[in-house]
Design a protein around this ligand. Structure first.
Ligand code: NAD
Length: 418
């Protein structure tokens, strides 16, 4: 499949085109932004535990380096395609631009079901994939991070492999590393905390505060658990949370530290006592002020968008609302804070991790959180300003601001050779 053939890529280009027209983007710039700068496809031979060799396909798409080195996750999943990776790389360019980071957009992945790999096989795969990419990644070139199916341990193996090959320790080649080898304090909770900061900003546009507000979280993994905890600590009433096993609901508000403790012991929320058990579909349409979908893509669609009762939808996950659903919600007066803004806390703290690693000087968690808040709330203000000026939805405004910064940078740099 060509990079441009997948649905996600086509949808990404549609959003880019409407944002470009909103800000009167130079047509030559738009033409360049519609295509990734470079797509790398590698074969990754892996010694399996039974001593056979399996060959997997790995991808790295580098969309734009106008603003700095490429930045974006590595995904291990059986459905990974070149086109999906290209779409996600493109979105990373706009996310980094919107958040004013000196980084471009990239994404990578291996087409493999990671649940079928032993730890040794996953390590072999990761090390060989890193080696096949060679100098296409590096602290000044392209800096991967964890995504679906990869984690801090995977990043540690990448960092070690790359360091072995260049001959000295290079922590700046990846972010999302364990803290012991150069990870940043605050990275684990960063995306959830960013979701709460953007929720507070969205509420403030309607003169509301998070304390006393009712919030529902779909997804109780990294983003959902941290988001729910930080909201709970700020006095919000977290009415319901859910995961792959279903949802739990308490009209008086859940005791989130207790739910987190239960999930750490039982893996899922199913079975948590003294609450009402509901389905994921029911959870999305609960009466509440804020709905934060923090699990997966395409959960709010044209079918259920008219039943959403929340006044704010904060996209903690990537792509939880389809384009049609976003339109319906906007027409109904529901504010959707788009993923490239709402879940930007993660990439901001990844940027901090990279900076700290390059300087060999590490910050406290309070410093990290305070600096992240400045960036994400500043980006919210820019999006809100354009949204108010042009009366468009928040996603188009966010993409519009991202396109503006890229356009200025591309015109200043010019086109080589001429
Ligand atoms: P995770 O794997 O830690 O958690 C995912 C959660 O979603 C789990 O609770 C899982 O049970 C639940 N889930 C899975 N399938 C579900 C289903 N069908 N219905 C309901 N719940 C389901 O993942 P995460 O890191 O929390 O990421 C969640 C989303 O946020 C993803 O879209 C990811 O791309 C996005 N995101 C994450 C980060 C980050 O820093 N972790 C940063 C930016 C964006």
């Amino acid at each position: 499949m060509d990079f441009s053939e997948g649905e996600l890529f086509k949808n990404t280009i549609k959003i880019l085109e409407s944002a470009a027209s909103l800000v009167n983007c130079d047509p030559n710039v738009l033409e360049r932004l519609k295509r990734p700068k470079r797509s790398i496809i590698v074969s990754v031979p892996v010694r399996m535990d039974d001593y056979t060799v399996k060959v997997f396909t790995g991808y790295r798409v580098q969309h734009s380096s106008t603003l700095g080195p490429f930045k974006g996750g590595f995904r291990y999943h059986q459905d990974v395609t070149l086109s999906e990776v290209a779409a996600l790389a493109t979105l990373m360019t706009f996310k980094c631009s919107l958040l004013n980071l000196p980084l471009g957009g990239g994404k990578g992945g291996v087409r493999v079901d990671p649940t079928l790999l032993s730890r040794t096989e996953k390590q072999n795969l990761t090390r060989r994939f890193t080696s096949e990419l060679g100098h296409s990644i590096g602290p000044s070139v392209d800096i991967p991070a964890p995504d679906m199916g990869t984690d801090p341990q995977t990043m540690a193996w990448i960092m070690d492999t790359y360091s072995q090959e260049v001959g000295y320790s290079q922590p700046g080649v990846v972010t999302g590393k364990p803290v012991e080898i150069g990870g940043s304090l605050g990275r684990a909770g960063a995306t959830g905390l960013g979701v709460v900061f953007t929720t507070e900003k969205a509420l403030a546009t309607q003169k509301q505060q998070i304390s006393g507000t009712s919030i529902v979280f779909q997804g109780f993994g990294n983003v959902g658990q941290h988001g729910a905890l930080y909201a709970h600590q700020r006095g919000a009433k977290v009415l319901a949370v859910s995961d792959v096993s279903g949802g739990i609901f308490d009209p008086k508000g859940l005791n989130i530290p207790e739910v987190i403790k239960y999930v750490s012991e039982n893996k899922v929320v199913k079975g948590f006592a003294n609450v009402e058990h509901i389905s994921n579909e029911q959870l999305l349409t609960l009466k509440c002020d804020v709905l934060a979908p923090c699990a997966m893509e395409n959960v709010i669609t044209a079918e259920n968008a008219s039943q959403i009762q929340a006044k704010f939808v904060i996209e903690g996950a990537n792509g939880p609302c389809t384009n049609d659903a976003s339109k319906i919600l906007h027409e109904r007066g529901v504010m959707v804070v788009p993923d490239i803004l709402a879940n930007g806390g993660g990439v901001i703290v990844s940027y901090f991790e990279w900076v700290q690693g390059l300087q060999h000087y590490f910050w406290t968690e309070d410093e990290v959180n305070a600096k992240m808040k400045l960036i994400i709330t500043g980006a919210f203000d820019k999006v809100w300003e354009l949204q108010q000026e042009k009366k468009v939805d928040m996603r188009t405004a966010a993409m519009g601001q991202a396109v503006r910064r890229l356009e200025r940078a591309m015109l200043l740099r010019g086109l080589y050779p001429r």
